[in-house]
Design a protein. Structure first.
Length: 259
């Protein structure tokens, strides 16, 4: 199992772009002239598009209200699944999986997109497992924005849809991608979610966010994702920080089912 320090190093390595040397690679004057000419042509083309696209209206870089990529895939993933705030699955399922996650965390993204879809189909859809998500702001300030959005979506029982949308469209840690526009776009991409209510609920998330922080401290969370598994209603066993494989997590769930 990956330690908290190892998980953080993995997150940092995953977010670090490759470094390519440019030493000895200088463009000739002819190449530079060609590039400048190409840029001038692009500028003219952009001006024409703007001119023909509607006249004097101003444009904005914000993408608020647009549908995020893979929204349809995620809608199908959770279709027909019971959700209540931060819990996915049947309330009376015999086994509980608690996951401490950060919506900026690349290791969380790997776990949620590569491992959890199989776990959901195998155990949650069959009524054997309930998943309780506890989002924490482990990496940086943008994590707070993502967590607030997940809590607000949870008020309409769409927390897991919201989180998965951000994982599927995740950018680099603290890279500015988790903006207000991204939060709004994620909300607008979830079928059946009332975006006006969502916006209102964003201002009421502090108490629940604080409760996740208290729970994380009590469970000695040192990195994300951190998982706990066990019989529902009993003391859960911590699997530590890191992303287990489908086989490893399935084994822990089976152990809890048969204990």
């Amino acid at each position: 199992m990956t330690s908290g320090k190892q998980a953080r190093r993995q997150r940092q390595a995953a977010a670090r772009p490759p470094v390519r040397s440019t030493e000895g690679r200088r463009a000739s004057p002819k190449v530079l002239l060609a590039v400048l000419a190409g840029l001038a042509g692009i500028a003219v083309a952009v001006a024409l598009v703007v001119a023909f696209a509607g006249g004097g209206g101003s444009s904005s870089a914000a993408t608020t209200g647009s549908t995020l990529p893979d929204a349809d895939v995620i809608a199908q993933q959770f279709e027909g699944m019971p959700q209540k705030r931060d819990v996915l699955g049947k309330a009376g399922a015999p086994v509980t999986l608690v996951e401490y996650i950060d919506l900026q965390c690349p290791i969380c993204r790997q776990f949620e997109t590569d491992v959890m879809p199989t776990i959901i189909d195998r155990y949650v859809r069959t009524g054997k497992l309930r998943v309780e998500a506890r989002p924490i702001a482990f990496i940086g300030p943008d994590s707070e924005r993502g967590r607030s959005g997940m809590i607000a979506a949870g008020a309409q029982n769409r927390a897991f849809n919201f989180a998965q949308l951000l994982y599927f469209n995740q950018g680099p840690e603290n890279g500015g991608w988790l903006s207000d526009s991204m939060v709004a776009d994620a909300a607008a991409s979830i079928p059946g979610l009332d975006t006006t209510k969502f916006s209102d609920d964003l201002s009421t998330v502090d108490d629940r966010a604080a409760s996740y922080d208290r729970q994380a401290q009590a469970d000695a969370v040192s990195g994300t994702p951190t998982l706990l598994v066990g019989k529902t209603g009993a003391k859960l066993t911590s699997l530590g920080a890191g992303a287990p494989s489908v086989a490893a997590l399935s084994a822990e769930i089976e152990r809890a089912l048969n204990s």
